[in-house]
Write a protein that binds this ligand. Structure first.
Ligand code: FE2
Length: 461
């Protein structure tokens, strides 16, 4: 990976060299980091006067009284308190970034009523645009689910970004964002430090954290799961034990980095599905030191260690869960983020691809690279499929015939990385997804040629 120098004027904490440069390993750790020596108070959070004339401020990601194992907050020591990073708010239009519940207006309800979310859908990659698009203007919502006002559900977006934000910052009060790049490289300059992100990695940007997004190598395209509910967490492993799947040490949070920059700046805030702007005279990325466990992080999907069938049959795809966002009902996620990556297929006397099924959960998939085994054709890198709540789906005819007749030898499933955002809520198509995005009209034909093999006699067909 090519390293890019930091933005001009940014000061970053010294970190471990090599692959850890700029990051601290661990999931949900109680981190501490300072970009200037002695900026972080020791032994207390809120001294009468902070070093360097900094202001102490807490960012609470959970209710104060959340149980200890879920309680998340971070103490920031910053040049100005956050109240100086906002003035009066004015509502602005960000027409392609939608939020659940997506309420149509009288003006467009007739058109919107034609959209049928009940169906199996697939899209080609959303094409890049010549038009300049930032992290905010380049977000294209495909589906929404649940209700942001009661903090349940999610939205799925595709981002098309070819322009850096300059003197512009963003935060979402509605959600944490799970970012899955597919093309290009982005830099997230956040209040808590800098995350550089490329395909085969993911990042989590927590609710309320201010950041600016820069293009390191464009154009950039990727997927975003916007989580309105409880934060993503590592799944329990049950009988698998203490290792494999996603291991905590492979998650990386940035070390402190700040800029002391006076410039007219715009801050955009997403709040209850609406976008608002406010203008300030400086960069809000002014946290010199911080400690706590509420922070941004990234994860390299190549470090995910899949576990699967080693004799016959195969487990449910939940075996490939990287992160899960709970819903309050045990075992029923608001969102599961599931990864289908390279792995050995060794099961004997087994139909090895995913089986045919109907699911109370709704499944949105994206292809990061390569070929997905249940859909060898048509589901291409950058593409998306949606199998909504209780809609049957499964392998297409070619995949079925191939897998039903292949020799039962160990096969290495190479060059493949797809993912699923699976939610307990039905997903509703946006007008963009239904009308503007390159939907494949013939997707459901992939099952048309599946034959009836039954003729009343036993034996192989
Ligand atoms: Fe499925």
């Amino acid at each position: 990976m090519t390293s890019h120098s930091l933005p001009e004027g940014m000061v970053r904490a010294a970190g471990t060299a090599g692959t850890h440069e700029g990051y601290m390993p661990g999931f949900g750790n109680d981190f501490e980091t300072e970009a200037l020596p002695g900026a972080l108070p020791q032994g207390q959070n809120s001294p009468q006067k902070c070093a360097y004339g900094l202001y102490a401020e807490q960012l609470s990601g959970t209710a104060f009284t959340a149980p200890r194992g879920q309680n998340e907050r971070t103490w920031c020591y910053r040049i100005r308190p956050s109240v100086k990073h906002a003035g009066r708010f004015a509502r602005i239009a960000v027409p392609y970034w939608k939020t659940a519940p997506h309420v149509t207006t009288a003006k467009d309800s007739a058109a919107a009523n034609d959209i049928v979310s009940l169906g199996q859908y697939r899209w080609d990659p959303i094409p890049h645009s010549e038009e300049p698009m930032t992290w905010i203007t380049g977000m294209r919502t495909m589906t929404t689910a649940g209700d942001v006002n009661i903090q349940v559900g999610m939205a799925t977006h595709v981002y098309l970004v070819n322009e850096s934000m300059v003197d512009e910052y963003f935060y979402s009060a509605d959600s944490e964002l799970l970012v899955v790049p597919q093309e290009g490289r982005l830099r997230f300059c956040t209040e808590l430090g800098v995350i550089d992100l490329e395909p085969k990695e993911i990042a989590i940007l927590p609710r309320g954290l201010v950041y600016r997004v820069e293009v390191l190598e464009g154009p950039c395209r990727g997927f975003v799961c916007e989580n309105y509910g409880q934060k993503f967490d590592l799944p329990n492993r049950g009988p698998i034990g203490a290792n494999c799947l996603a291991n905590p040490r492979d998650f990386k949070s940035p070390v402190a980095a700040f800029e002391d920059r006076e410039a007219k700046s715009r801050v955009v805030i997403k709040w209850c599905g609406e976008f608002h702007e406010t203008w300030i005279g400086h960069s809000p990325l002014d946290v010199v030191a911080w400690h706590g466990n509420y922070c941004a992080y990234k994860y390299d999907l190549r470090t995910y260690s899949p576990v699967g069938a080693i004799l016959f049959d195969h487990p449910d795809p939940s075996i490939f869960t990287v992160l899960t966002a709970p819903s309050g009902q045990e075992g029923t996620a608001n969102i599961d983020f599931v990864l289908f990556r390279e792995r050995w297929m060794v099961a004997e006397n087994t139909f090895r691809p995913p089986w045919y099924h109907k699911n109370i959960m709704s499944e949105l998939m994206g292809n990061i690279y390569g070929i997905y085994d249940a859909k060898p054709q048509g589901f291409v890198p950058g593409g998306i499929s949606l199998h909504n709540m209780m809609l049957p789906h499964g392998p297409d005819r070619n995949a079925f015939e191939g897998a039903s007749n292949e020799p039962m030898e160990p096969v290495f499933q190479d060059k493949t990385m797809s993912f699923m955002f699976e939610t307990r809520f039905p997903q509703h198509l946006t007008e963009f997804a239904a009308r503007e995005a390159p939907m494949q009209d013939d997707y459901i034909d992939c099952w048309t040629s599946l034959e009836k093999k039954f003729d009343g006699t036993p034996g192989e067909k």
